[in-house]
Every structure is written in structure tokens, then in C-alpha cells.
Design a protein around this ligand. Structure first.
Ligand SMILES: *Cc1c(COP(=O)(O)O)cnc(C)c1O
Length: 480
């Protein structure tokens, strides 16, 4: 029997317990009465302390994380999370958001220092720290853009332009904000096509949402021209900062012409994410939008926003994440921050060039921190069997101890494999990954069935992902 064969409820034996409390002599029925007094005991498993420890330790080992292995998940910037970040937050465990502001001077200082650091890194004027994720930041940023237009009495701007290569959250956030999404096409080089953009511009355009480098890992070299055109029609530019890693300390969205942006602190600034980890998506704005930010409604930073300010979460977002990101910025310092992005860019190009004879590379330019393959050059279909797909390659990687890259995104290619190595991987790890990817390509060419059946070595094989997403079983039903 393997450890993952049993649920904690099945390991339960009546009477076992992981704690002992001395009898305090109180009769519980005297303290609670009436409807508050439950009629039956809760159905909780009864386990000894070692059973509990083994159960959770074993569960943690079924998981994959940046602390267990290489995690080249494109678009997600799964860089190593330095443990000194955790040390930093451990000093703030006792604070509560409802403490009087006068007793939170240290917290306030950290917010102010982060505001100044992020402003310098991005070329924005000020940030709000309320949004708790990138998508949350997008929604906040779009609401700020709308506030700006409405404040000028311009209510006709209902459209937002989004490139066809955009992350799915961009059109989703725009729709949630009540804006109409208009798609602009990419050219053959994977970049926004300026000629396709021009006819979309007009007095009904609130702005454009872009990420740069884009989701193909390519730098939008026409960005200054695009900014000129969008500003020319009265729109604003929103920067999706999820791809800021290669540009940190190298180039600034503010200098490219962007007016509003978010950063994913949990990606670029090394705080743990994935699997539901807390995020932070602070939104920065240029000078003319500062007065719409909750923290700056009164002119200078305040932990007590004006009551009529735009609020998108309680208090000031995930302070622990913000503090971890601050520790990361201080640890690298001004001189070393740009090195992170340069190394990430080097690592991505190194993998791309080392594998392009085995995997189709539709856009051969020098990339930034990530790039996209479009399936295998030789998928083994010539063997008379069905050819190995991108899903097969991703599943086979798990057998070799690597997390899979992002697959089937962006939607521009049918067999997309999107690889983002990040700067924290050693040359040895990159070489091992390249070696395994080549081995998988050879397996596909010789016997694609090995890949069709993968993974062979993991606790579970290929779950029904649709059912897992739509009909998840998340609690014990009393039946095995
Ligand atoms: C991750 C990502 C987002 C969304 O960020 P979340 O923090 O996951 O909400 C948006 N755009 C791009 C390009 C991303 O990679």
C-alpha cells in the first residue's frame, strides 16, 4: 500500500488523539445553551500525532514546487523564493490592520518605501497596494482609467483594445469592468501590428492593455509609436506587468508611454505563489491619475483612505507579500536587480537555441525571459501510430522530475509549449532540462506510445481536468 492510497478519514481510529487537555472541572453544558449547543459531535478523524505528521508530510511530498525542482511554467515566473523573505515577515506576525495607525509606523514606512522603489523601477508616480493578484490589479487599473475619463466628463469611451496574444485575464478584467473588448491582431513577427491598430482608434476608446515583452516573450519594439497613436486618440495605456522580470532595472513602462500598470509581486519579486498562495498586484499610475488612488486621495500617503475613495479590498492588500517583495528588492539592491532579468533572458535563449532542432520554433527572434515552441519537429506519426502531442511531452516531463511548461497558451499556435526558466536556475539544471527534452523528442520519434501513456511514475496519471475543475470533490462525504 502506498501512503497516498488512504484519506485521513480512513486512517482514523476511534479514541485516538493528538492532544491531551487536563480536566478543568467545568461542565460544558453550563456555558452554552439552546440553539448554540450542537446535537452531535463533529465528524472529525481521530489520529495520533505521528499519524497526523506523516499524513501531511506525505501529502507535501506528492506536491511539486520551486523548492523541489525546476518549474519552467511560462508566464508564471516561478523563481526561487529566498528564505530571508520569510525571516523578514516573521517579525511582523503580531500586527493587526485595525490597530491605530499611530502604532503602525513601521508598516507605514514599508509601504512608503515600496511605493518609492516600485515607482523608480517602473517610472510610475505612485502605487496602490490594495489589489491581491495580477488580475485584481488589471480590474483596479481599468477602473482608474474609467474614473479618469468620467472625471473629465468623457463617458463615450467604452472600448478597450487587447492584442490577440494577451493573457486571458486581460479581456476578462475588461469585461468585468464593463468595457467592450476589441482585439488587435499580431503580425507575422508576433508583435502588435501598428497598421491593424490604427483603424480601431477613435473617441470611443478608453485605452489599450498590453504586456511588454508580450506573452510570446518578444519585446514590442513599436511601443513608443503605439503610445503616440493611443494617446493621440485620447486613450490611455495599461501595462500588464506580469512580464516585468526581464525589464526590472533595465527598462521602464513609464518611459515607454504607459499610464497605468500592475506588478505581480508574487512573480517578479519572488514571493511564493501557485496552488493558491497569496498574491499581490499593486497598481501604479502616472501623475495625472494619482488623485484617484485610495492611499493618495488626500495628497500624501495614508493608511486611512478617504471614505469615498475607490476601494478594491479590505485594508491594504497582502502586507506579508509586499514585505517579502521589499526584502527581495533590498537584498538585490539597485546594482543587482537588472542582473536578474538579464540572466532570465540568457537562460531562455539558451534553452531555445539548444532545442530548436527538436521542437518547432515559429518565432526565431532573440526572446526575453520566455519563448514558445509549437510542438515536436518529429512527433513519431511516421511509425503508423498517432503522433505525440504537446500534452504528451508535458506529461512525460513529469516522469523525469520536472514540472511541465505552460501548454496550449498563448492561443496563436496549436501545440504551444511556453518555457520560462527564470534567473535562479543553474547552468547544470538548464542542461539537464535540455537533455531530458531531447530524450523525450527521441522517444516521440521512435515510439510515441511511451509518451501517450505518460506519466508513468507519479501518484496519479492523467486526471479528467474538466471534471476536476467543474465537479471537484473537496470534502469528505462519509463514503470512501
Ligand atoms: C499571471 C499573469 C496574469 C494574471 O496574474 P494573476 O496574479 O495570476 O492574477 C496576467 N497577465 C499575464 C501576462 C500573466 O502572466
Amino acid at each position: 500500500m502506498k501512503y497516498y492510497d488512504k484519506l485521513v478519514f480512513e486512517l482514523s481510529r476511534p479514541g485516538r488523539s493528538a492532544f491531551t487537555l487536563a480536566d478543568n472541572g467545568l461542565d460544558r453544558s453550563e456555558t452554552f445553551e439552546g440553539p448554540l449547543w450542537r446535537q452531535s459531535d463533529p465528524e472529525l478523524p481521530s489520529l495520533s500525532e505521528p499519524d497526523v505528521v506523516r499524513h501531511y508530510t506525505n501529502l507535501s511530498q506528492m506536491n511539486f514546487g520551486v523548492d523541489t525542482g525546476f518549474y519552467p511554467l511560462g508566464s508564471c515566473t516561478m523563481k526561487y523564493n529566498p528564505k530571508i523573505n520569510e525571516e523578514a515577515v516573521s517579525h511582523f506576525n503580531g500586527i493587526h490592520p485595525l490597530q491605530p495607525e499611530s502604532s503602525l509606523a513601521g508598516v507605514r514606512k514599508i509601504y512608503e518605501a515600496m511605493d518609492a522603489s516600485l515607482a523608480e523601477i517602473t517610472g510610475m508616480k505612485h502605487f496602490t497596494f490594495e489589489p491581491c493578484a495580477g488580475a485584481h490589479g488589471e480590474l483596479t487599473g481599468l477602473m482608474l482609467i474609467r474614473s479618469y475619463h468620467m472625471d473629465r466628463g468623457d463617458s463615450a469611451r467604452t472600448k478597450i483594445i487587447v492584442p490577440d496574444s494577451a493573457h486571458g485575464t486581460n479581456p476578462a478584467s475588461a469585461a468585468v469592468c464593463g468595457l467592450e473588448v476589441v482585439e488587435v491582431k499580431s503580425g507575422a513577427d508576433g508583435l502588435v501590428d501598428v497598421e491593424s491598430l490604427k483603424p480601431l482608434l477613435g473617441p470611443d476608446v478608453a485605452g489599450i492593455m498590453m504586456t511588454n515583452p508580450n506573452t510570446l516573450g518578444l519585446f514590442e519594439k513599436d511601443i513608443r509609436r503605439i503610445a503616440e497613436l493611443v494617446h493621440g486618440c485620447g486613450g490611455l495605456l495599461y501595462y500588464d506587468g506580469a512580464n516585468m522580470n526581464p525589464l526590472m532595472g533595465v527598462a521602464r513602462p513609464g518611459d515607454m508611454g504607459f499610464d497605468v500598470m500592475h506588478l505581480n509581486l508574487h512573480k517578479t519579486f519572488s514571493t511564493p505563489h501557485g496552488g493558491g498562495g497569496p498574491g499581490s498586484g499593486p497598481v501604479g499610475v502616472c501623475e495625472k491619475l494619482v488623485r484617484f488612488l485610495p492611499e493618495f486621495g488626500g495628497g500624501s500617503f495614508s493608511l486611512n483612505p478617504a471614505s469615498d475613495a475607490l476601494r478594491v479590498s479590505g485594508f491594504h492588500g497582502n502586507f506579508g507579500v509586499i514585505l517579502r517583495a521589499y526584502a527581495y528588492i533590498l537584498m538585490l539592491g539597485k546594482d543587482n536587480l537588472p542582473m536578474a532579468g538579464r540572466l532570465a533572458t540568457l537562460a531562455a535563449n539558451y534553452i531555445k537555441e539548444s532545442l530548436k532542432d527538436c521542437y518547432r520554433l515559429p518565432l526565431p527572434q532573440v526572446c526575453k525571459h520566455e519563448f514558445v515552441f509549437d510542438g515536436l519537429v518529429d512527433d513519431g506519426a511516421h511509425t503508423g501510430k498517432s503522433g505525440a502531442t504537446t500534452l504528451d511531452v508535458a506529461k512525460r516531463l513529469l516522469d523525469y522530475g520536472f514540472h511541465a511548461p505552460t501548454i496550449y497558451f498563448p492561443l496563436l499556435f496549436h501545440q504551444a509549449i511556453m518555457i520560462e526558466p527564470t534567473e535562479t536556475e543553474s547552468l547544470e539544471t538548464l542542461d539537464e532540462f535540455i537533455d531530458v527534452m531531447r530524450r523525450i523528442a527521441a522517444e516521440a520519434a521512435q515510439d510515441p506510445d511511451i509518451l501517450h501513456g505518460a506519466p508513468h511514475n507519479t501518484p496519479i496519471g492523467r486526471p479528467d481536468e474538466t471534471a476536476a475543475a467543474r465537479q471537484p470533490v473537496l470534502k469528505w462525504t462519509g463514503k470512501a
